[in-house]
Design a protein. Structure first.
Length: 138
C-alpha cells in the first residue's frame, strides 16, 4: 500500500522529471494467435507481448497528458523496450486521439506496481490528486 507521504514524494519527483518525457513511436504488432492489442489495455498488452516475445522488455511509466509550470496530468502506461533498446508503444489509441509523451518510471517494476495497486491511474500534480480513476484490469 502506498502511503500519502510516499505518493507525494513520488509525484513531486515525477513532476520535476516531466521534461525528460519523450514521444514514443507506435509499433503495430500482432499476437501469436493473430489478435491485436486492445485499446486501453496497455499493461496487459505489453505483458502478453513480452511473454510471447522474450527479446522485448516491459517499460512502465506515465503518459504526460498535460503539463505546464504549475500542473501535470499523468496517466499510468506501459510500453516495450525493443531488442535495439528503443521504446515502442504497442497500445492502439482511439481514432483521432493524439499520442502523448511518455515518462519512464525511475525504478523497478516492483516499485511501480504499488502505485497501480493504489487503484489510481491518473494524477494531477502538484496541486494534489484532483482526479483518480479506478483502473481496469492490469
Amino acid at each position: 500500500m502506498v502511503t500519502p507521504e510516499e505518493m507525494t514524494t513520488y509525484l513531486n519527483a515525477m513532476f520535476d522529471r516531466r521534461e525528460q518525457s519523450q514521444f514514443v513511436a507506435f509499433l503495430d504488432v500482432t499476437f501469436q494467435d493473430g489478435s491485436k492489442p486492445a485499446i486501453a489495455r496497455c499493461h496487459a498488452n505489453v505483458d502478453r507481448w513480452v511473454r510471447e516475445n522474450p527479446c522485448y522488455e516491459t517499460a512502465q511509466g506515465w503518459l504526460i497528458i498535460g503539463s505546464n509550470d504549475y500542473l501535470g496530468l499523468f496517466g499510468s502506461h506501459s510500453v516495450v523496450r525493443t531488442p535495439g533498446r528503443r521504446l515502442a508503444d504497442i497500445a492502439p489509441v482511439e481514432p483521432g486521439q493524439p499520442r502523448v509523451r511518455f515518462l519512464e518510471h525511475a525504478g523497478t517494476r516492483e516499485s511501480y506496481e504499488p502505485f497501480l495497486e493504489a487503484q489510481f491511474a491518473y494524477f494531477t500534480w502538484p496541486q494534489g490528486i484532483v482526479s483518480a480513476m479506478e483502473r481496469g484490469a492490469k
